[in-house]
Write a protein that binds this ligand. Structure first.
Ligand code: EPZ
Length: 421
């Protein structure tokens, strides 16, 4: 296993290029199951999760080839419709093959994803939506067995709760269903907008893109003719680097980013006394005289993203005053708190409420443990300003969703290195 060694308090500055979005790439790779042609996908982040997803599809019979950040894929020859435990256990997003496989083949088996560090994360809303489209679903021996030999039927689906993955699975199922589907209380994340736009460019009739009400006219099992496309920039990776600039009080410019995808994040940084300038595809954050505390409530897009909560907690440890966070999406997304406290942070938890009593310049370096993707990025941020050498263990969590993190940090002047345990 590997760990990351970071020597804190090095001056960082400069420009960083943001990669493609992991959370846009994963549903789009699943959506290629709906294609009749070979597709070239650009700006594909080279991270563990996207490569695992390609492996999953190759196990089902697709062929794909990566050259740097471009992947060419053809799923025409898929014959296998079982997503096995060995892959699903490493990446719960594998559940996103359920909708497209069922819609195309009329049957499939997908290992039921277990819980993860940040919460139970059930998939009941995914299954409920597919049942509304006529599927019969059973859980047998840890697998979701879904059948609909006559083909899925268009249906009205009202989500009890906003779910990103549930919306994505339902959109892909509705694409090959017979007739019209309405998805109400749909998630509106930019990653979902890109999924809808790629399917629309492939000839699917879809209305309400970007809103909480989507209308889809299914093709009745007719596969789609995809155009080549590039993955949108990663707004969470971008938010993480903005927090790196903020916590290190540095001037940083991010390129290959879409500022409007980060409105809630930018507003919070401005509230914390940071100046940020925007250009069409770039953002620059500037040093500040002092960091103000801020309260955060996580919510669905366009609200404040839960995937940025940990990084802002690291930043709030350097604020002059107390910030109060309310994590409303996941019941166990404070695993980074005890590690930040080990570095000298003053944080109190009361259920899903965290009170961060900021004390600028007081973090000290030590050994810490990464527990999930975003928690590990918060530890990297804290290590950048902690006095001394921090070792972050279990960094495989980071590699799942950050492309070449230490390479990019090194280019900015940070003292980061990867070592074997
Ligand atoms: C997506 O997860 C992202 N993952 C997560 O990012 C992100 O945190 C989350 O959306 C929220 O923005 C990917 O896109 C691959 P949800 P997803 O379904 O789809 C509950 C990262 O760091 N729920 O919107 O799994 C669920 O438990 C990852 O990159 C049900 O109860 O999230 C949660 O409390 C972590 N039943 C809430 O809804 C369901 O059937 C939102 O989950 C589905 C979800």
């Amino acid at each position: 296993m590997k760990y990351l060694k970071i020597i804190g308090q090095e001056k960082i500055s400069g420009e960083v290029k943001i990669s493609g979005a992991k959370n846009a790439a994963l549903p789009l790779i699943a959506a290629t199951i709906l294609a009749k042609n070979t597709i070239k996908i650009g700006n594909m982040p080279d991270v563990v999760d996207t490569n695992t997803f390609f492996k999953l599809l190759n196990n089902l019979g697709s062929t794909s080839k990566r050259e740097k950040n471009t992947v060419t894929i053809n799923t025409f020859d898929i014959k296998e419709t079982k997503a096995t435990y060995d892959i699903v256990k490493t990446m719960r997003a594998s559940i996103l093959v359920l909708g497209p496989l069922l819609a195309r083949f009329g049957h499939c088996e997908v290992s039921l994803p277990g819980g993860c560090a940040i919460g139970q994360r059930p998939v009941d809303l995914h299954l409920k939506a597919l049942e509304a489209m006529g599927a019969s679903i059973e859980i047998k021996n840890g697998y979701i067995e879904a059948k609909c030999e006559k083909g899925l039927q268009g249906a009205n689906i009202v989500f009890d709760k906003v779910t990103v993955g549930g919306t994505e699975n339902t959109i892909m199922a509705a694409a090959l269903a017979k007739g019209k589907s309405k998805i109400i209380n749909a998630a509106k994340e930019p990653e979902i907008v890109q999924l809808c736009e790629v399917l629309k460019d492939a000839g699917l009739e879809i209305k309400g893109i970007g809103s909480s009400e989507l209308t889809i006219i299914g093709t009745n099992k007719e596969l789609l003719n995809f155009k080549d496309f590039d993955i949108i920039p990663d707004r969470i990776e971008a938010g993480t680097y903005l927090c790196a600039g903020a916590i290190a009080n540095a001037k940083l410019t991010l390129t290959n980013v879409i500022p409007k995808h980060l409105s809630a994040v930018l507003a919070k940084l401005e509230e914390m006394n940071f100046k940020i300038t925007k250009d069409k595809n770039s953002l620059t954050i500037y040093p500040t005289s002092f960091i103000k505390p801020a309260n955060i409530i996580t919510s669905e897009y366009p609200g404040f993203p839960t995937d940025m909560q940990a990084q802002f907690m690291a930043l709030a440890t350097q604020a002059q005053g107390t910030s109060v966070f309310d994590e409303r999406l996941f019941e166990n997304r404070y695993m980074h708190v005890s590690e930040l406290v080990r570095m000298g942070a003053d944080i109190h938890l009361n259920g899903n409420i965290a009170s961060i009593h900021g004390k600028p310049g007081t973090l000290s370096a030590t050994d810490v443990m990464a527990t999930d993707l975003r928690a590990s990025s918060a530890l990297v941020l804290a290590a950048l300003v902690a006095k001394g050498e921090t070792n972050i263990h279990r960094i495989y969590h980071l590699d799942r969703g950050y492309e070449d993190l230490e390479g990019k940090l090194k280019l900015l002047g940070a003292n980061v290195s990867r070592h074997n345990e």
